[in-house]
Design a protein around this ligand. Structure first.
Ligand SMILES: *[C@@H]1O[C@H](CO)[C@@H](O)[C@H](O)[C@H]1NC(C)=O
Ligand SMILES: *[C@@H]1O[C@H](CO)[C@@H](O)[C@H](O)[C@H]1NC(C)=O
Ligand SMILES: *[C@@H]1O[C@H](CO)[C@@H](O)[C@H](O)[C@H]1NC(C)=O
Length: 394
């Protein structure tokens, strides 16, 4: 059970940016702020992997091309007992579970009877030499029981997913991972910045890869979200596209939604009504009602030019025809505008952890990272507590 009473939240509001550096001293593990990390729920734990941490500009290691230190850490947040949001009970597993490389912008999904976490794609950086492309495998497997990493070695069939990152990836109830789009660039083995429009699958029981090339697929897309619905449809939202290899990224209109039906193996398109800024680095999770997609955060800009996409908290009703966006007022303390955070559904809560803080200004070219405070959104409040209007953002 989680405890987030208003006193805690108020306390959080007044202390998070001032005292947090000292706050957890001597208590549980305190991870550094980060963005572009991976998160996966396993029973009552959210496992976190890697991410990108800013190198202080005052550090001798900092230079124009080396502003971030990727993380190879593995740690989890224990949700099995009550805690307050300013004392998140993280446990570090890095000593036994360290990733084989510093990693960001991959995707992790849980499969194989809840015992294996599959890491698909992402940047693989050698933590000592800072060289990229540390391994040739775009699939790494973390075993919850042994707490160790492995590839599947030679026991994999079909054309493996080539190196890439920032894909839109989900696993279905049959253990098939669907990987759409993504990109390569200097950090993923290509001098040219190239986005993709192919849909790969990995059947995690057969360990078989396929490149599904089917008509009516979306144009090339990077950093869009994929949300799996109970009927087997995957809904893709936002991101950026590219008209030619090496060309600039252009933002995808949020009113055009692509859907892949995993049962019929077919693409379709739907329109969604609502005035919603385009975005990358956002999250999109399915609410417990099974028809509302909760979209949070994201930035309009790309590369280092960040500017907040509004509204920052958006619901997409996929039961209505056409789909309908709304942005209800929320109560409690909203996170600051974030991008490259993670959002994980646990019971009725959306648990938002880490991410870049973005500001409504395009002048900023330095990313700021949130501290290790988590933001918890209780769904019931979204729907029944609307009169208590309060966001930090507006
Ligand atoms: C990168 O992070 C590691 C810990 O994960 C630390 O040992 C190392 O000093 C950091 N490097 C830089 C340049 O900040
Ligand atoms: C920046 O730092 C990285 C890592 O230490 C180094 O490999 C690179 O040569 C440096 N670049 C410049 C321009 O100093
Ligand atoms: C996947 O298949 C499509 C259609 O044949 C092709 O255009 C694309 O290059 C393939 N992707 C890879 C990475 O081989």
């Amino acid at each position: 059970m989680l405890t987030t009473n208003s006193k805690d939240v108020f306390f959080l509001l007044s202390t998070v940016f001032i005292l947090s550096q000292n706050f957890l001293n001597g208590h549980s593990f305190k991870p550094e702020p980060r963005g572009g990390h991976m998160a996966t729920l396993v029973n009552d734990r959210i496992y976190f992997f890697g991410g990108s941490r800013p190198i202080p500009i005052t550090s001798p290691a900092w230079n124009q091309t080396h502003q971030y230190n990727l993380s190879d850490e593995v740690f989890y947040l224990d949700l099995s007992s009550s805690f307050t949001v300013n004392l998140p009970p993280f446990t570090d597993l890095s000593a036994i579970s360290r990733m084989p490389f510093g990693c960001e912008r991959g995707t992790t999904v849980l499969g194989y009877s809840g015992v294996r976490i599959f890491l698909v794609g992402g940047v693989q950086q050698n933590m000592v030499t800072f060289g990229y492309n540390t391994t040739n495998s775009s699939l790494w497997i973390y075993n919850i029981n042994s707490q160790k990493w492995d590839t599947n070695g030679p026991g994999t069939y079909g054309p493996p997913l080539p190196r890439r990152r920032s894909t839109a990836t989900v696993i279905d109830k049959n253990g098939v991972i669907y990987i759409f789009g993504g990109r390569v660039g200097v950090d993923t083995g290509s001098d040219v910045f190239i986005m993709f429009d192919d849909l790969f699958t990995l059947d995690t029981s057969l360990f078989e890869w396929s490149n599904l090339s089917l008509p009516n697929h979306p144009p090339k897309r990077n950093l869009c979200t994929a949300t799996l619905m109970p009927d087997g449809k995957i809904i893709y939202i936002g991101g950026v596209t590219q008209s030619f290899a090496g060309g600039p990224p252009t933002r995808v209109n949020m009113n055009e939604i692509y859907i892949f039906d995993t049962i019929a193996s077919a693409w379709s398109q739907k329109s969604a009504l609502g005035n919603i800024d385009p975005r990358v680095g956002h999250t999109a999770i399915l609410a417990p009602d099974n028809y509302t997609i909760v979209i949070f955060g994201g930035t309009q800009g790309y590369v280092l030019r960040q500017s907040t996409s509004y509204p920052t908290f958006v619901l997409l009703d996929v039961k209505s025809e056409p789909f309908q966006y709304s942005s209800p007022q929320t109560s409690g303390m909203a996170p600051p505008p974030l991008s490259y955070h993670t959002a994980t559904l646990y019971q009725n809560y959306m648990i938002v952890v880490f991410g870049n803080i973005i500001f409504p200004s395009i002048i900023l070219i330095i990313d700021y990272y949130t501290d290790n405070v988590i933001y918890i959104r209780d769904y019931f409040h979204i729907f029944i507590d609307m009169p208590s209007i309060r966001t930090m953002i507006d």
